[in-house]
Design a protein around this ligand. Structure first.
Ligand SMILES: [Zn+2]
Length: 166
């Protein structure tokens, strides 16, 4: 084989490794909340469900039917922002707001969230400290490349059909 093959082969092996890692890593579903319609197929596929506790100020705790439906799926459930506003955890986040989100989550599911993923994966240093103090582990999804991450409402960047294929 000539030298000209080195780069294509390295590239090919890299793609293959990413493909396998994506198959082995848990499948995640972002932006789950009663106000955002979500395909059943996506709910079934996912291992980790990332729930928004108070999207557009609609507390998930007010919808017990929904809470029980999600619980009955028997998946790992994490907290994904509070209102899921744009760059919510980059600015203006307080301990009280986080506590409010945690309480809504608890009222819905009957347990305290231990995992937290900020909307758009954007989080400030100060917010990181507040989240850690509240007892949650921050999961940045270790990026979209190594995980299959679906979005209930389709993300702006990586569409669900792309995730399905690769
Ligand atoms: Zn999100």
């Amino acid at each position: 084989m000539g030298k000209g093959w080195t780069i294509p082969i390295i590239f090919g092996v890299f793609i293959l490794i990413v493909f396998i890692v994506r198959l082995l890593n848990p499948v995640e579903l972002d932006d789950l909340t009663p106000g955002i319609p979500c395909e059943n197929e996506l709910l079934k596929k996912a291992d980790i469900l990332w729930v928004v506790p108070n999207f557009e100020n609609n507390s998930i705790a007010q919808n017990k039917t929904w809470c029980n439906e999600i619980l009955s799926l028997n998946k790992t459930i994490g907290m994904h922002g509070i209102n899921h506003n744009f760059r919510e955890f980059k600015e203006n986040i307080t301990k009280e707001k986080i506590q409010q989100g945690v309480e809504i989550f608890e009222n819905c599911f009957g347990f305290t969230p231990v995992m937290f993923k900020p909307p758009q994966l954007a989080i400030s240093k100060e917010a990181k400290i507040l989240i850690e103090e509240s007892g949650m582990e921050i999961i940045l999804g270790s990026n979209q490349l190594m995980h299959k991450i679906y979005h209930c409402n389709d993300s702006d960047l990586v569409k669900n059909w792309m995730v399905k294929i690769f």
